[in-house]
Design a binder for this molecule. Structure first.
Ligand code: SF4
Length: 63
C-alpha cells in the first residue's frame, strides 16, 4: 500500500463508521474521553483496522 491509499482508507473508515458513532458518544458521556478511546482501541473491530492502517502509514513514512 502506498501512503495516499492508506490515508484514503483511514479517511473512508473514520467518515463511514466513526464520525457519527453512537457508541463513542455514549461512552464519552459515561467514561470520559480516555475511557471511550480505550474502547475504540481494545474492543472495536473498526478501531483495530484503524490501528493496523496507522502502523502501515508509519511503515510507508519510514521508507
Ligand atoms: S473505533 Fe469503533 S467505537 Fe470507536 S468511534 Fe470508530 S466505530 Fe465507534
Amino acid at each position: 500500500m502506498n501512503k495516499v491509499s492508506v490515508m484514503q482508507e483511514i479517511d473512508y473508515i473514520t467518515d463511514t463508521y466513526c464520525v457519527d458513532c453512537p457508541i463513542i458518544n455514549d461512552l464519552r458521556q459515561k467514561r470520559g474521553k480516555p475511557g471511550a478511546h480505550k474502547f475504540c482501541i481494545e474492543s472495536c473491530t473498526v478501531g483495530e483496522q484503524l490501528q493496523f492502517l496507522g502502523r502501515e502509514l508509519m511503515k510507508v513514512n519510514n521508507k
